[in-house]
Design a protein around this ligand. Structure first.
Ligand code: 5AD
Ligand code: SF4
Length: 475
């Protein structure tokens, strides 16, 4: 496994700009304006990468379109975290054989985490002959070069070999909205949780330099973005590889002090690296959202050990306790895996108990999915699928009850909401704590922080009325 980080040089980036120019010339010579479609699977990191892919495509002269039919380029930016995600990609990739038959010049690219696995590349080579390019996340910045190659030469490209994890600054981004923005602060993961494929496909942790991150945030705020989410697989280990003495809490504090009206969020945090200092920093700066996604994965110490999570239940609970002490209105959410190999009824009961103790606002729950090459995939797993499904349903039932109670507590309160879109004749937005709110209002409010008095709720969202004259509560 490769551990070095490669910083892509200005010359290398310049060479890619040259390919953008050549691709534009290629299409100009044909008197055509090419179109491109990017489909994203999986997490926010992939969403952020897709914004870069679209930015690079635009730089190459492509117009972004809304579907694969008739597009000159189709890119699937894939996820490998669970088998289900991979099956969806293979299913949808199958359908592309038809779009390509109707438009034989269409170029099909597969990238993202799935493309970082050798067995996937082999399968694509053999069974999906119409896929032109397959590249792993380390090669994202080379899209213009690959585009140029498939347009001008015969042959397929498989850039799926392991290379040092890269940091490429200055890539263009076509952001999806004008209100909320993702900012990647680091890439990769060093944790090797025993079930997880991410460290194998995204490489070792590498942090962007603080000044590059701060500059990007400054630019976003100047451009009017109001909600910035800092992204990384484990943001709490930000900076460890840089040796500059700047940790994640320091970075957060520096961004929070940029002048302007905006909210700052981050994800994801690993409990073993989340510090009291981080909670103190959140409490200190009013523009850092009191929202914390802190995946626990299991409530059983035995399973946490088998998962290689490096914390126990008591340590986890002490973080929750401290967070609530310094920010009583903090919104905690979490990820939980049900049915990890060897999980007993007793282990599962410990997870249920933990959820009852913490009372998360929301949970993301998953049934364990074996990933080839991870240590957990070779553990004995005697629990039948039906039993895992039943546990999953029980967990959901507990959490739905808690989420509903938590949402009910909002009724009658006036909260600050950033209006970020419209859904039919309702506006949608998020509270500082990240809870979804729907309320009737003028679309001119989109992009503004507005007070909303909560009048109703479902398990997943709140409803309310725009209340311009009311004082607000954070949360
Ligand atoms: N099976 C099921 N869930 C998984 N996750 C990661 N790997 C697996 C797997 N093999 C879940 C974890 C992680 C979230 C992003 O996905 O809960 O926090
Ligand atoms: Fe996967 Fe664990 Fe890294 Fe998260 S911290 S990406 S679960 S290995």
């Amino acid at each position: 496994m490769e551990t070095r980080t490669a910083v892509i040089t200005a010359e290398q980036m310049h060479a890619q700009d040259g390919y953008c120019q050549k691709v534009r010339e290629y299409w100009t010579a044909q008197n055509a304006v090419p179109t491109a479609y990017v489909e994203t699977y999986g997490c926010q990191q992939n969403e952020a990468d897709s914004e870069i892919l679209r930015g690079l495509l635009e730089r190459c002269g492509y117009t972004i379109c809304g579907g694969p039919e008739g597009a000159d380029v189709v890119i699937f930016n894939t996820c490998a975290i669970r088998e289900h995600a991979e099956q969806r990609v293979f299913g949808n990739l199958g359908a592309l054989s038809h779009t390509k038959r109707r438009h034989p010049e269409q170029k099909i690219f597969l990238c993202g985490c799935m493309a970082g696995q050798t067995h996937v590349a082999e399968r694509v080579k053999k069974s999906y002959p119409y896929v032109d390019v397959c590249f792993n996340p380390h090669h994202l910045w080379q899209l213009p070069e690959y585009l140029h190659r498939v347009l001008t030469k015969k042959g397929r490209i498989f850039a799926t070999e392991e290379v040092p994890g890269v940091i490429a600054e200055g890539l263009p981004q076509k952001r999806q909205g004008r209100v909320k923005a993702w900012v990647s602060i680091m890439y990769g993961c060093n944790n090797f949780c025993s079930y997880c494929i991410v460290p194998y496909v995204r490489g070792r942790e590498r942090s962007r330099r603080p000044e590059a991150v701060i500059e990007e945030c400054r630019g976003l705020i100047a451009a009017g973005y109001k909600d910035i989410t800092l992204l990384g697989q484990n943001v709490n280990s930000y900076g460890k590889d840089l040796g500059l003495g700047v940790d994640f809490a320091d970075l957060l504090a520096q961004i929070a002090q940029i002048p302007g009206e905006f909210t700052l969020r981050f994800m994801t945090s690993h409990p073993k690296d989340a510090s009291f200092k981080l909670f103190d920093t959140m409490a200190k700066y009013p523009n850092i959202a009191h929202q914390f996604h802190l995946p626990v994965q299991s409530g059983s110490d035995r399973i946490l050990k088998a998962m290689n999570r490096c914390y126990d239940r008591a340590q986890y609970l002490s973080l929750i306790e401290y967070g609530r002490k310094v920010m009583p209105d903090i919104v905690f959410t979490s990820d939980i895996i049900v049915g990890f190999p060897g999980e007993t009824e007793e282990d599962f009961a410990a997870t249920l108990e933990l959820c009852e103790a913490v009372r998360y606002d929301a949970l993301f729950t998953f049934i364990y999915s074996p990933r080839r090459g991870t240590p957990a995939a070779s553990l004995p797993d005697p629990t039948p699928r039906a039993e895992k499904n039943a546990r999953f349903d029980r967990l959901l039932e507990v959490q739905n009850r808690i989420s509903e109670q938590r949402h009910r507590d909002y009724i009658g309160k006036t909260v600050r909401v950033l209006a970020d879109g419209a859904d039919g004749d309702m506006l949608t937005g998020r509270t500082d704590g990240g809870r979804l709110v729907r309320f009737p209002g003028d679309p001119a409010l989109i992009g503004q922080f507005v007070p909303v008095t909560i009048t109703g709720h479902t398990t997943w969202s709140l409803t309310g009325d725009y209340a311009p004259s009311k004082e607000v509560r954070h949360g």
